[in-house]
Design a protein around this ligand. Structure first.
Ligand code: ADP
Ligand code: MG
Length: 484
């Protein structure tokens, strides 16, 4: 209902919007979601991945599902997670998150009867899924397994700054050395900070120096896929041979094989065989070996034996340097103030920075106008708004909960005692002030509350600030901490 609630004494809408669903309703939601997944994925993939999934309940806006194995769960989450959540939301707008847990009781029972076909491990992936993984980025004609190298990802095009100087120096050393300087070279860092770029650069450089060198660059995901395929077609000897006969092996995004035991096993042996023959191995991941979860201990420790080099988040200077270099490459004439503005505003990762630059260059050439600070702000409006929104509701909830010594879960809970209700109202009011979120969005983040509850909280906090000096100070202090 659209009316605004002005009566402060009316009880808040504490009801979880998804709490009243009957089991029939849950079943019907699930039937519809499954039907949509089936038509999207096709029969074979549906049978392997979606069918073993059960929707157990929906509460507090969270759809809770179970699967028989961890492997299926990881697979679903990494490949179909977005779609699954989107379909769930389509069926019921109050669903905000989902969770897939492993129903351990099913694991050892007769869950693998003919009726319920569920892959138990990497070895069990069906043909349709294998085929869907086979993209044109590969030259996997049965004799050669390597992914294409991006011609732009060279050392020449890599801008060096404080955050990446160690990784860069290590990569150069590996590429230029006649011997193996450290094995493996392990590069790690967040998304879009240049790991893949450095690996490709090593490959180009090694090939340039000596075209006869066998270099194999592949993502860990593709490695797994090739391995499964080899098992399927009983070509594991050829598979092993291929990987073990290279001079330089590079595996990108190795975090992908966490929890995938047979792939790890195979990778471990490949790795050892190469290191024993004194061949160079380069690995990348989003975390350091010691922080990678789901990795077998012996593999984890082995990965840390060589040189571990991290790439830190970018600095302003590095971002500006990268922008200047990219603008030159694009042959685009971009005023210095625009570059500085972008370096200042787009700080998340380099991929986004590049995207922003490409957009303004494309826009300028389309409309036939030079790039100015003004039209940059206009063209990048959506992106800039997103990066302006620095404080998140979650951060606000955390800070406020810490300040008042209550649990974060009380921000979502239905508890109404004043010790938790007041801090919750303060957090709602700060969310309204410090984020761009709408009232209904804020309400949803507080345990699925109604927007009128948020309005009431904002008013209540204002009112108390006017009446109670120390209350006002508390709120101001919190605001300054969150803004700073
Ligand atoms: P990651 O593999 O760490 O996620 P990428 O290597 O794919 O990141 O880098 C993302 C994009 O940013 C690529 O287009 C890459 O060329 C560019 N990039 C990253 N670091 C640099 C750098 N230091 N200099 C120039 N371009 C960079
Ligand atoms: Mg990468």
């Amino acid at each position: 209902m659209g009316y605004l609630d002005n009566t402060p004494n009316k009880p808040f809408n504490m009801l979880d919007a998804t709490a009243n669903l009957t089991s029939e309703e849950v079943a019907s939601i699930w039937a519809n979601v499954r039907a949509k997944m089936r038509s999207e994925l096709g029969e074979a993939a549906y049978k392997s991945w979606v069918k073993p999934l059960t929707l157990a309940s929906i509460d507090n806006g969270q759809a809770k599902m179970t699967v028989p194995t961890r492997f299926i769960r990881d697979w679903i989450l990494s490949r179909y997670g977005d779609r699954l959540l989107a379909f769930l939301k389509e069926e019921n707008a109050n669903i905000r998150t989902m969770e897939i847990t492993i129903a351990s009781s099913m694991r050892n029972s007769e869950s693998t009867s003919n009726d319920l076909y569920a892959p138990q491990s990497e070895n069990d992936i069906d043909e349709a899924t294998l085929a869907s993984l086979d993209d044109d980025n590969d030259t996997s004609d049965g004799t050669q397994i390597t992914s294409k190298l991006d011609p732009r990802f060279t050392f020449e095009n890599f801008v060096v700054g404080k955050p990446n100087e160690l990784a860069f120096a290590a990569a150069r050393r590996v590429a230029d050395s006649e011997t193996v300087p450290f094995n493996p070279l392990f590069l790690y860092g967040g998304v879009g900070l240049g790991k893949t770029h450095l690996m490709h650069a090593i490959a180009w450089q090694v090939k340039k120096k000596d075209p006869s060198k066998k270099v194999l660059y592949i993502s860990a995901e593709k490695f797994m896929y090739q391995f499964i395929r080899a098992l399927r077609y009983k070509t594991t000897m050829a598979f092993k041979e291929q990987f073990r006969s290279v001079d330089l092996l590079m595996i990108d995004d190795v975090q992908f094989i966490s929890g995938k035991e047979s792939t790890q096993e195979e990778f471990f042996h490949t790795f050892n065989a190469l290191v024993d023959q004194n061949r160079q191995v380069v690995i990348s991941a989003d975390k350091s070996p010691s922080d990678l979860e789901g990795l077998e201990e012996r593999l984890r420790s082995r990965l840390g034996w060589g040189l571990v080099a991290d790439i830190h988040p970018t600095t302003y200077e590095l971002r500006l340097g990268i922008l200047q270099s990219k603008a030159e490459q694009l042959n685009a004439d971009i005023p210095q103030d625009v570059l500085e503005f972008l370096a200042h505003k787009v700080s998340s990762n380099i991929r986004e920075l590049e995207g922003a630059l490409n957009r303004i260059v494309a826009h300028a050439s389309l409309v036939g106008r030079p790039v100015t600070l003004e039209n940059t702000q206009e063209v990048l409006q959506d992106l800039l708004r997103a990066s302006d929104r620095k404080v998140t509701i979650e951060e606000i909830q955390k800070k406020v909960a810490e300040h008042f010594n209550i649990r974060i879960s009380d921000m979502h809970s239905a508890r109404r005692s004043r010790t938790v209700a007041r801090p919750r109202q303060i957090a709602m009011s700060l969310s309204k002030q410090l984020t761009q979120r709408s009232l209904p969005e804020i309400g949803r983040k507080f345990g699925g509350r109604d927007h009128t509850t948020v309005i009431h909280a904002v008013r209540k906090v204002e009112e108390l600030c006017g009446k109670d000096h120390s209350f006002a100070e508390d709120v101001n202090l919190l605001r300054r901490m969150l803004e700073g």
